[in-house]
Design a protein around this ligand. Structure first.
Ligand SMILES: NC(=O)c1ccc[n+]([C@@H]2O[C@H](COP(=O)([O-])OP(=O)(O)OC[C@H]3O[C@@H](n4cnc5c(N)ncnc54)[C@H](OP(=O)(O)O)[C@@H]3O)[C@@H](O)[C@H]2O)c1
Length: 270
C-alpha cells in the first residue's frame, strides 16, 4: 500500500514510518520539512497523489485553547479535503485517552476539535487514543524547571512506548476503517513523579521534584483514575524499566525535549 504519514518527522511519526517500511509499504513522509504545510495546504495535493491511506500524527506547540483549536481545525480540514480529492480510503488519527475528562489543558481542547472533525469528515476513519508516552515526565520537567526545581503533577498513569504506538498505527492504517479503536496503553500503572525521578537519576540530573497540581500541564481534575484507559484497552508490551534501560546513564531530559514542543502541554493553556 501507499501510505502518507503526516507528522513523519515527529516523536511518533518517525517510528511509524519505520514500522510501515518494515512491513514493505511505500511511505510518503509529510511535514513542513518535506515541503507540506497543513495550515496553508501547500504541497498536500502532490503528497497525496496515489495514496491509499493516511495516518495523522501531527502536533503543535500551541498552548492556549483557541490557538490549539485553530491549529487542529485548519490542519484537519485541509488534510481531509485533500484526502477526499485524492480518493484516500482511510484516515487514521492519533489521540489521547481521557480527552473528554480534562478541560483545563489547551492541547486537549484542540485535540477534541480534531476528533470531532474526523468523525464528521468525508473520509472513512479510525481514531486511536493512547495514554501518555514514557517521554512525558521528562518533557514536563523541562517545561517547569526553574532554579534547580521542577513542578510535577502527581498523576496516576499507564504510559506507553512510542514504538508500541507506532506498531499499532501501522497495523490500523493498513487495515479497514474501524471508527473508535480500543484505547491503547502500556503494560503497567506508574506514578508520574516516580517516573520523572527515575529518568532524572539515569542522567544524574539533580533537579528537585516538587509534586503539585499547580503550575503544570495537569490540574487536580487529572487526579485519581481520570487518565487511565478503558477496561477493554489494548496493552503495549514495552515496560518503563526496559525503556529506561535501553541506554543506561544517558537519559537526559533536554535530549527528550524538542524546544518546539516546550509549551505543547503547558498549564495555563486556558
Ligand atoms: N505526548 C504524549 O504523551 C501523547 C499521548 C497521546 C497522544 N499524543 C499525540 O501524539 C501526536 C504526535 O505527537 P508527537 O509528540 O509525535 O509530535 P511531534 O514530535 O511534535 O511531531 C509533530 C509533527 O508534526 C509536524 N507538523 C507540525 N506542524 C505542521 C504543519 N503545519 N504542517 C505539516 N506538518 C506539521 C512536524 O514536522 P515539521 O515541524 O517538519 O512540520 C512533526 O513531524 C500529537 O497529536 C499528540 O496529541 C501525545
Amino acid at each position: 500500500m501507499r501510505i502518507a504519514v503526516v507528522g513523519a518527522t515527529g516523536l511518533v511519526g518517525e517510528p511509524t514510518v519505520g514500522a510501515l517500511e518494515h512491513r514493505g509499504h511505500a511511505v510518503v513522509p509529510v511535514s513542513r520539512s518535506t515541503g507540506v504545510d497543513l495550515l496553508t495546504g501547500a504541497g498536500l495535493e502532490n503528497a497525496l497523489d496515489g495514496v491509499d491511506a493516511v495516518v495523522d500524527v501531527t502536533n503543535t506547540v500551541a498552548v492556549h485553547p483557541a490557538e490549539a483549536e485553530r491549529f487542529f481545525e485548519s490542519a484537519t480540514c485541509n488534510l481531509l479535503a485533500a484526502e477526499e480529492r485524492a480518493g484516500v480510503g482511510h484516515h487514521v488519527v492519533l489521540s489521547i485517552v481521557g480527552l473528554d475528562r480534562i478541560r483545563g489543558n489547551g492541547h486537549y481542547h484542540g485535540k477534541r476539535r480534531q476528533e470531532t472533525l474526523v468523525q464528521g469528515g468525508p473520509v472513512p476513519w479510525t481514531i486511536q487514543r493512547t495514554t501518555q508516552f514514557f517521554e512525558l515526565p521528562a518533557m514536563v520537567v523541562s517545561w517547569t524547571r526553574s532554579h534547580g526545581a521542577a513542578t510535577i503533577p502527581p498523576l496516576l498513569i499507564q504510559p506507553v512506548a512510542v514504538q508500541d504506538v507506532a506498531a499499532v498505527l501501522a497495523e490500523l492504517v493498513t487495515g479497514p476503517p474501524r471508527g473508535w479503536a480500543p484505547d491503547l496503553a502500556g503494560p503497567e500503572l506508574q506514578d508520574f513523579v516516580d517516573m520523572a525521578r527515575r529518568i532524572l537519576a539515569t542522567g544524574q540530573d539533580h533537579t528537585r521534584l516538587v509534586p503539585s497540581w499547580r503550575d503544570g500541564p495537569f490540574g487536580v481534575e487529572a487526579a485519581g483514575e481520570v487518565l487511565l484507559p478503558g477496561p477493554c484497552a489494548r496493552l503495549g508490551t514495552t515496560t518503563f524499566d526496559s525503556w529506561l534501560a535501553r541506554s543506561p546513564g544517558t537519559v537526559d531530559v533536554d535530549d527528550l525535549l524538542d524546544p518546539r514542543r516546550s509549551d505543547a502541554l503547558h498549564p495555563h493553556a486556558h
